[in-house]
Design a protein around this ligand. Structure first.
Ligand SMILES: [Zn+2]
Length: 222
């Protein structure tokens, strides 16, 4: 009986969950912290975030020209929702490693093995990685206690699969998580799934801007 219940719960979780992003979402206390951002006077300075890009391959290097066009499109998309927050690629390089996306998100050890030697401090480290499933993106984030960003290691990483990068909306979805957003079911919204996605709502835009200004301040240049 016990196993039946566990199996049933597993089935519900499997089908109730979207499989293409497994990033953790703000919990209750995290949501409270995000609400608190709206009581703050944060100013309206422009923020520029540097992206260090790592193209991870195992056996064969994908042609940089192919990756570049998908990358340009994804970054352009990320730069389109607000003039106040801009992303610029400051470096790109190949990294030979056997990591695949599903393993990275299951194993902090695998994540660190890939990233520790490569992460560039003071930037968002974007890893383009192989995926053998529907998983298209993953961002290691805190669920609350956001003031710890900048003091804990390994929280400036975004992982996007090659297919996800080609999609164009996965990078901006993961950056949404990077700046405190959870998921939504509204089609067209960047934080939804399995839809054509091309927008944030006003609340999400404001959350990103405030979150970036306050909790990711250590990363942006004025
Ligand atoms: Zn997600």
């Amino acid at each position: 009986m016990k196993y039946l219940i566990i199996t049933l719960i597993a089935v519900v979780l499997l089908f109730g969950c979207n499989r293409d992003c497994v990033t953790k979402l703000p919990n209750k206390s995290g949501q409270k912290e995000i609400k608190g951002l709206f009581d703050k006077d944060i100013g309206d300075a422009e923020m520029i975030f540097d992206l260090s890009v790592f193209v991870v391959y195992n056996r064969t290097k994908p042609p940089m020209s192919d990756v570049s066009s998908d990358l340009d499109r994804s970054i352009q998309e990320a730069n389109s929702f607000s003039e106040r927050i801009q992303f610029r690629m400051t470096s790109s390089q190949y990294v030979k490693h056997n990591a695949i996306l599903a393993n990275i998100r299951q194993s902090k050890k695998m994540e660190d093995d890939l990233c520790k030697a490569n992460d560039k401090p003071g930037t968002i480290n974007l890893y383009i990685v192989r995926s053998d499933s529907d998983l298209e993106g993953y961002t290691p984030v805190l669920q609350d206690g956001f003031e710890q960003y900048g003091t804990l290691d390994g929280l400036e990483r975004v992982f996007v699969s090659y297919n996800g990068l080609a999609d164009g909306a996965v990078l901006i979805h993961e950056l949404g998580h990077f700046f405190g957003l959870g998921h939504t079911n509204d089609c067209r919204n960047y934080m939804s799934y399995n839809c054509y996605r091309d927008m944030f709502d006003a609340d999400q835009r404001n959350t990103i801007l405030r979150f970036a200004q306050v909790y990711r301040k250590y990363l942006h240049s004025k």
